[in-house]
Design a protein around this ligand. Sequence first.
Ligand SMILES: Cc1ncc(COP(=O)(O)O)c(C=O)c1O
Length: 483
Amino acid sequence: MTRTVGGGQLARLLGQWHALPGRRSPEYASLAGAVRGLLADGRLPLGVRLPAERELAGSLGVSRTTVTAAYRSLRETGHLTSRRGAGSWTTLPNGHRVASSGLWTPDDDLDMLDMGVAASSAPVDLVAAARAAADDLPRYLGSAGYHPAGLPELRAAVADRYTDRGVPTSAEQILITSGTQQALDLVLRLSVPPGAGVLVESPTYPNALAALSGRRARVGTHGVDPELGWDGEMLLGALRQTRPRLAYVIPEFHNPTGHLMPAGLRERLVATAHATGTELIADESFVDLPLDGRPMPPPVAVFDRHSRVVSIGGMSKAYWGGLRIGWVRASAPLVQRLAAVRVGVDMSSPVLEQLVAVRLLDRGSEIVAARRAQLVDRRDVLTGTLRELLPEWRFTVPAGGVMLWAELDGPISSALARAAEDVGVRLAPGPRFGLDGTLERFLRLPFTLAPDDLIEAIRRIASVRHDLDRAARPAWRTPAVIA
Ligand SMILES: Cc1ncc(COP(=O)(O)O)c(C=O)c1O
């Protein structure tokens, strides 16, 4: 059955649609632009039937002609499809699909500078590792090739990395998955029944929110400050008050703010999670990427005395996302239960990719050192270019990871992302990292592109930012207190 959105609901979603920055345009064009914005932001789903023109006109307090013209404009750009008698429902223009992040991804647009994805291209070592892995393959060809918990040699290599980081780990405690994303999904499948409470950071990684909505979890948030990071009292207070089934944190170079959780808070977090009966997922996606040479705090799992902590991680950030290799570190019995769940999902990860991963981990210290050097360089290029071209934006230079979280000079993130798309730059606007359409003052900027592309992307972003300024737009007012 097609979902419908009522006039009142759409009016609420549209919010201050008159006030969106942009060219001075007729009212119908602003309305159409605002609907496109909601679609681009993933806040208005695809395939949803929009209200009848008369109903929306009534809810917005505009003339029906305005809504008729707005719907016509949306049809012309491919954002609305209408059939007589069946109404009008939301679509996207041809050639676009919606990525799991909700961002538009033109299938064929190779010229797009993609700053919506915080991941690097493959290291040069990948081809040699793939060739060596192909030579290893015959060892496995005599069996059926299904290893639901992962190839023993890869499980052992990942376990060794944890042991080296100070958390003694056996291969039986490791489950190999198709990326960190699947690791998260499997843990949620096992631990979060529909309607169970889950605490996440705000902002947080959008695809974690997608995985949680897939499990129909009841999601609560606690804020991570753009400058200061976690507020320990708030985080622990939220745990004590809501006693969620599970809490999901990204302690190392948090996506999207780049903060590193201090050791003291890690310890208190684990103790509080134990007291509140909460399972803790530590997403260690960026743990290999400290960039400032300072010692890393111990892994969250170091403080775990009661098997409360499940660590997840993978090779996407330091090595390559296209490998799709991730893992779970948990107690051996939990790993067995997760492997059983995983059989019902995709049986097992590909043998060849796992062998490539073993080869890459063999030379891990060298490959990761090169990746860090590359990221230090790119981080400097990004921060330098931002300071030069967008000096009014504020950000904390992250001590690691692959991104920074810029505070913009107005609540313009979605408008800017739309304008940037027109000049060939894809961005992930702030609201994507939250639950409720807030975070419009923020923009996540990864430093994973090559330096020249980074400079060009920021140059284009700055030009559309200044265009937004030149176009007449209402002044942003300080919100009034309503009592
Ligand atoms: C915090 C976080 N978790 C999980 C993932 C997904 O990683 P993978 O490619 O290993 O599935 C990402 C990728 O951006 C991420 O930033």
